[in-house]
Design a protein around this ligand. Structure first.
Ligand SMILES: Cc1cc2nc3c(=O)[nH]c(=O)nc-3n(C[C@H](O)[C@H](O)[C@H](O)COP(=O)(O)OP(=O)(O)OC[C@H]3O[C@@H](n4cnc5c(N)ncnc54)[C@H](O)[C@@H]3O)c2cc1C
Length: 465
């Protein structure tokens, strides 16, 4: 007796059904046309073929699991599900409130079709505060422009529900392990603990899929499972503080950014207005993480007058990736968002880049799988990386250089804040942030900006405390 299973080695049952169906379809579609194209037989045959194709699409559909339903995961899932791909969206905590400032650029609202109720506050004023407490106000000039401030539980909840409405199978579960296939067609087995039944312990289950998108954030389990490699990260610490009404009024449409050795030796500290409170926080690179509480005390001291009478309602900390992982696509697994390491330096912005990278990854999967009718290869998925790096590689480089040059010492930070008082610099910075397009200034403006940068760097030494 042969030990070959009825559907042959290397194939499981569902792949075998798909395989037979492909053969059947290709033989039907290569039959020559009947002699009379308008004949009843031809019409019957066309209708049959059409019906078979519809069934075939269902059978041949690719199975994709998206792990994590932050802005990245949900953005990927909605593209996949609306393209007819069998999509599973895993989320361990459906009411997750990700530790985050919640600031999003204006372009995200239209690009990701976010309704107005997602935006708690429209910030139109930004105050930059130097180590010597020199303040520079940046005001948005155009009436319709703003930085959106949102609560992550609201934003993430909205995007996740929309993906589910579009057809993604939402599974409330923690993914903890992958079985990785040895060839290009066998499925990946996802091991997860389902929280929908079985109380707090959950129930251990498995699911087979053809492709996986790891959108599970900075501490990504999927990245570990595929040995994607480590990245450098910053640690961010944040206190949510409810302020008395008069103090909150000051932050109505205003965000503050503080720089200085006392609040961060390599990043910045912030006061961001939220729905009914402010988020006061700071970040520093992992090598200095032992000093994070001292730095938080620094920002609390600097903003003390404005925070007077405030009540701490929540304290949170979380890593912020500072560099892409060494491997972002391995086999048929692709990483997106924080799992891939897509937060920008200087600004620490990651929400838009998470959603955008995931959308680009999902669109690439739809394209290379022919709408879900073939299993893509590692090389196919790497097309997403090529597109991503081409579109945003320069943005990451420029912001990396800015952070290295300006967040180095109190003198360079003084220079940075002084530079921000320049209208040309403000316009350039805000256009890049709000619209995610680096609009090159004309050569005269560029020369002016360069000269002012150098002058500020020289003066910074004199201004530093
Ligand atoms: C303090 C702080 C302030 C920040 N402020 C800003 C800001 O103002 N603006 C900005 O743009 N960016 C900010 N960022 C960065 C931003 O929060 C991230 O870049 C963004 O959340 C990345 O989105 P994501 O979808 O990739 O990952 P996440 O938002 O981290 O989502 C990952 C999801 O996966 C789920 N998950 C994780 N593991 C598993 C698992 N094993 N199984 C199932 N589900 C799992 C999690 O529950 C979570 O819902 C800030 C970060 C920090 C730490």
């Amino acid at each position: 007796m042969s030990a070959v299973p009825p559907y042959g080695f290397g194939l499981n049952e569902s792949h075998y059904v798909k395989y037979c169906f492909t053969k059947l379809l290709s033989s039907i579609s290569t039959l020559p046309d009947l002699p009379h194209p308008q004949s009843e037989q031809q019409k019957v045959r066309d209708t049959m073929l059409d019906k078979l194709l519809k069934i075939g699409r269902k059978l041949l559909t690719l199975r994709v699991a998206v792990v994590g339903s932050g802005p990245a995961g949900s953005s990927a899932a909605e593209i996949l599900a609306s393209s007819g791909i069998e999509t599973y969206l895993f989320e361990r905590k459906l009411d997750n409130a990700k530790p985050c400032g919640g600031a999003i650029p204006l372009c995200m609202v239209s690009e990701f079709d976010l309704p107005p109720h997602i935006i708690d506050r429209r910030v139109r004023k930004m105050k930059m505060i130097s180590p010597s407490n020199r303040e520079v106000d940046i005001n948005l000039v155009n009436e319709e422009e703003y930085i959106g401030m949102c609560r992550r539980e609201v934003l993430d909840g909205f995007m996740r529900d929309r993906a589910a409405k579009l057809g993604a199978n939402l599974i409330n579960a923690t993914v903890h392990k992958l079985d990785i296939p040895k060839n290009n067609t066998d499925p990946y087995t996802i091991h997860y603990v389902d929280h929908t039944e079985g109380g707090a312990q959950g129930i251990a289950k498995t699911l087979n899929v053809d492709v996986i998108i790891g959108a599970d954030g900075a501490n990504s389990r999927i990245a570990k499972e595929i040995d994607a490699g480590d990245y450098n990260y910053a640690i961010a610490f944040q206190e949510r503080i409810r302020l008395p009404e008069d103090k909150m009024a000051y932050y109505n449409d205003m965000a503050e950014m503080y720089v200085g050795d006392d609040v961060s030796t390599d990043f910045y500290a912030w006061v961001f207005p939220k729905y009914d409170h402010v988020a006061v926080g700071t970040g520093t690179m992992q090598v200095n993480k032992a000093s994070i509480k001292q730095l938080q005390a620094g920002i609390r001291a600097r903003a003390a007058r404005k925070l007077l009478g405030g009540q701490i309602i929540k304290v949170e900390a979380h890593p912020i990736p500072e560099h892409p992982r060494p491997r972002r696509v391995v086999g048929r697994v692709a990483l997106v968002g924080d799992a891939a390491g897509y937060v920008t330096k200087s600004s620490g912005e990651g929400i838009y880049f998470a959603a955008k990278s995931a959308r680009m990854c999902a669109e690439t999967i739809v394209e290379v799988s022919n709408g879900g009718t073939r299993i893509p290869t590692e090389a196919d998925l790497k097309l997403y990386l090529k597109r991503w790096d081409k579109k945003y590689g320069l943005t990451y480089k420029v912001l990396d250089i800015l952070q290295t040059v300006f967040y180095r010492t109190d003198a360079t930070r003084e220079a940075f804040v002084e530079m921000c008082s320049d209208m040309d610099v403000q316009r350039l910075t805000f256009d890049s942030y709000l619209y995610k397009t680096v609009v090159p200034a004309n050569p005269i403006t560029q020369l002016k900006i360069t000269a002012k940068t150098l002058a500020s760097l020289i003066r910074g030494n004199a201004l530093a405390p």
